[in-house]
Design a binder for this molecule. Structure first.
Ligand SMILES: Nc1ncnc2c1ncn2[C@@H]1O[C@H](COP(=O)(O)OP(=O)(O)OP(=O)(O)O)[C@@H](O)[C@H]1O
Ligand SMILES: [Mg+2]
Length: 273
């Protein structure tokens, strides 16, 4: 029986952070479609009294847990920022001010300055898009399968690059930039496209849309560091690579944390004193 746990009930995944018997932080996740599994896990490992909740589906999970006592709740953005700051300290990373993009089911973008934070905006392009478009285009619904296959893909026949358009003309901007995500499907007829290519193209949309939004708000707020978090980065080297290279190309500093999707759960755990 451990003493405290933090739970981030998100649109897709419910993440849990807790201290184990050896006082080591441990992490666990469940699909948010299976709150019964979350309840079973809590019932066999923890007392309800020790929980702190966060995330958009916290209320739904709370009613599922049937607690007579009020379970503490912390606002998602506060929990996430606390979790990010904790992880930065653990990984000896430093940033005075940074843009934080949480690529969850959708994507939320924040400005962190010292100990304060504010939400700047977001986009509906996120991890849900990877699963949804991935399923629509290939029929595959398993996250691991989708990201593994996408790594074998090639985006040449899927996207249109600036250099594809400016053939034989002087380039006004870097030719290797994407001029049109998925535009190649319509414009490059006669080319074979595999499921892997389509999935790589979807990763391209997500990475480039989110990174370019972050780069623009970083410019507007005179910030160099961009911290990318969210479970969509979990085991997802291709997406990290797309975001990293684009961010560096635009002279910003991309930062990835080790426990990509767990900032909210860690923040809730730390709040739970
Ligand atoms: N085991 C998994 N099953 C399903 N999706 C996964 C898994 N691992 C990683 N993902 C990816 O992570 C995304 C969810 O990320 P995250 O857990 O950060 O979001 P969330 O907190 O559930 O959503 P939100 O914060 O928008 O409410 C999924 O859309 C998917 O792309
Ligand atoms: Mg979330």
């Amino acid at each position: 029986m451990t003493t405290r746990i933090g739970i981030d009930a998100g649109g897709t995944l419910t993440k849990i952070a807790y201290w184990d018997e050896k006082k080591k932080m441990s992490l666990q996740s469940f699909p948010s479609s299976d709150f019964q599994a979350v309840k079973d896990w809590i019932d066999s490992n923890h007392s309800l009294a020790s929980i702190c909740l966060t995330g958009g589906r916290a209320e739904q999970l709370k009613s599922y847990l049937l607690s007579k006592d009020e379970i503490p709740y912390i606002v998602e953005f506060d929990a996430t920022m606390n979790g990010v700051m904790y992880q930065m300290r653990q990984e000896t990373l430093q940033s005075e001010s940074a843009i934080i993009a949480n690529i969850g089911t959708g994507t939320s973008i924040h400005l962190m300055e010292g100990n304060t934070h504010s939400r700047l905006g977001g986009t509906g392009i996120g991890g849900g898009t990877l699963l949804g478009l991935g399923m629509a285009l290939t029929g595959k619904s398993n996250y691991e399968e989708i990201i593994t296959l996408s790594k074998e893909g090639n985006r040449t026949s899927i996207d249109v690059l600036v250099s594809d358009i400016y053939k034989n003309n002087k380039l006004p901007i870097n030719g290797s930039l994407t001029a049109s995500n998925f535009g190649g499907v319509a414009l490059k007829s006669g080319e074979d496209r595999s499921g892997a290519d389509l999935l790589a193209g979807v990763q391209g949309i997500i990475g480039e849309v989110v990174a370019s939004l972050c780069i623009q708000v970083a410019d507007a707020h005179h910030v160099e560091d961009i911290i990318y978090i969210g479970s969509t980065l979990e085991e997802n080297g291709l997406l990290q690579e797309i975001m990293e290279s684009y961010t560096i190309l635009k002279q910003k500093n991309p930062i990835f944390l080790e426990k990509h999707g767990y900032s909210g759960a860690i923040g809730a755990l730390l709040e739970n004193k």
